[in-house]
Design a protein around this ligand. Sequence first.
Ligand SMILES: [Zn+2]
Length: 155
Amino acid sequence: MSTRALGRRLADLARRQAAAAERHAAVAAVVDAGHAERVAFLMMVPEDLRMAVGIALRDPDGDDALHSWVSRPFASWASIPAGFQFPRALVEWLLARPHAWFLGHSCERCGLGVPLLSTWSNDPAPPPTIVVFPTCPACGGVTSHAANWYTEPPP
Ligand SMILES: [Zn+2]
């Protein structure tokens, strides 16, 4: 192989390595952003329940509804207060999940998402009510389906 051909091969290799490094950096940035979001979420879980929530979220046979909680713990109009901690009653209910549920209500005051029980028309044992938290376990505000869809924070 001539010196010139070797030079071209080395230059090509350097270009491919640079392109691979750019792709790797882009993937790492996405992974880091996802990791930072998960860590920020878990920091809102009371410390003694954090490990149980982390394990529940990693369980391949776990509750899919838990992931909806992670992806949208508050209504879109709400801003999460600095240093916010999820109320223990909410986290303990979600970990025990005594019944199938979905994130169907939000607090009309602070926007915290809370579960509703899932049921269906021929449910052999329908719950007397699907409302789990008629008032917000964080601030005491009324919870409703409508609060999920407010376009801005209530006055
Ligand atoms: Zn609230």
